[in-house]
Write a protein that binds this ligand. Structure first.
Ligand code: SAH
Ligand code: SF4
Length: 361
């Protein structure tokens, strides 16, 4: 069957009840909605032809009006250093996005993208330096998960992190819509406790996410406990102060009763000093939380300018000292290893391949 994705409705943008409504409108019955949903999400169907228990005419009708697959896998890159793999996808309008699968002892974590590029321009982030093109649709976010599952088997992905390209809370519709599917009945292998949304801090949306009641985990990209320094490395802090962002994070923690993660990318001389350690300790101790230290991945391949060009990583010895200092203050700390850095696969570093794509458009 022919599949012209651009003019069709993306079925994965619809909830189960919306699919049911569409089927009734097509002259079919409501119960077919569950069948279609099941084929898409449980059997990983990528064509209507596979949906054997649907009448042939209905399959043809659906194929004419709806698309099932929003992305094509262009390339899978393996890291020489670890089992990390990077997937390069192409959207129907020829944008390129990336996801990374990071295997660990007892889990396989998929790092999802929510936007093509990112508008927030954090000075240490390859995606930020690249600029912004558009939000991903709900279907495009879900399809990163579906297509990786198709490659490795349905039970393979145990954890999801919204830490790829883009700011999930700016693409709120895409984030909420995909969480709605990921936490729905269809997926028993992915409980809400294994899903983390990472944000640079949009207070209103953090609160709205709390009120949406998905109760997934929240990670705040903190990176500095001080307003002025945070504003320099994360321009979003000029719009929404750290104080307001932390208030929203406290709200999230109270409403969802989940433990907050503070992400902290270590930048030499900028956020690795004794006063940073003390101020970070204070922030972290104010609520149930842990600190996730991320070694800074150089973004030199992006030819950065201004402050971006001056950033240097804290040495691993100093990272360990900083982490121990936090531990001495009874903070739970994880130091992320740089798995897959040879393919620039670390979350937050996705973009290299998309550069031309963005410049041409
Ligand atoms: N926009 C969201 C999610 C994507 S970024 C956010 O900012 O939270 C995921 C994480 O990677 C963030 O904590 C981000 O600050 C971090 N990150 C970005 N670029 C990085 C780099 N070059 N080295 C290390 N961590 C980086
Ligand atoms: Fe966007 Fe997150 Fe990168 Fe900042 S760190 S530019 S918010 S993707």
């Amino acid at each position: 069957m022919k599949n012209d994705l651009s003019k069709k409705t993306e079925l994965k943008n619809l909830t189960l009840s919306e699919i049911e409504d569409h089927l009734v409108e097509l002259g079919s019955q409501k119960f077919r909605g569950k069948q279609v949903f099941n084929w898409m999400y449980n059997n990983l169907a990528t064509s209507f032809d596979e949906m054997q228990n649907l009448p042939k005419e209905l399959r043809a009708d659906l194929d004419e009006k709806y698309s099932l697959k929003t992305l094509e896998v262009l390339e899978v890159q393996n890291s020489a250093e670890s089992n990390t793999r990077k997937f390069l996808f192409e959207t129907s309008d020829k944008r390129k996005i990336e996801s990374v699968i990071i295997p660990d002892k007892d889990r396989n974590t998929l790092c999802l993208s929510t936007q093509v590029g990112c508008p927030l321009d954090c000075k240490f982030c390859a995606t930020g330096v690249l600029g912004f093109k558009r939000n991903l649709t709900v279907g495009e976010i879900i399809d990163q998960y579906m297509l990786v599952s198709k490659e490795f088997g349905k039970e393979y992905i145990t954890n999801l992190v919204y830490m790829g390209m883009g700011e999930p809370l700016i693409n709120f519709k895409g984030t909420i819509g995909s969480l709605n599917i990921f936490t729905s009945e269809f997926n028993k292998s992915l409980s809400r406790t294994r899903i983390t949304v990472s944000t640079s801090g949009i207070p209103g949306k953090i609160k709205e996410l709390a009120d949406n009641n998905f109760r997934v985990k929240l990670a705040l990209s903190l990176h500095s406990p001080f307003e002025d320094i945070r504003s320099k490395i994360m321009p979003i802090n000029r719009k929404y102060s750290l104080k307001d962002t932390l208030d929203a994070v406290h709200y999230y923690s109270r409403v969802t009763k989940t433990r907050i993660t503070f992400e902290y990318t270590m930048l030499k001389g900028i956020n690795d000093r004794q006063e940073d350690l003390e101020a970070l300790t204070k922030i972290s101790r104010a609520l149930p939380s842990k600190v996730n230290i991320i070694p800074f991945n150089s973004i030199a391949h992006m030819v950065p300018t201004g402050l971006s060009a001056e950033l240097e990583p804290t040495s691993s010895a100093d990272i360990e000292k900083f982490a121990d200092g936090l531990r001495d203050n009874n903070i739970t700390v994880m130091v992320r290893d740089t798995q897959g850095s040879d393919i620039a696969a670390a979350c937050g570093q996705l973009a290299a391949k998309t550069e031309n794509n963005l410049e041409q458009n």
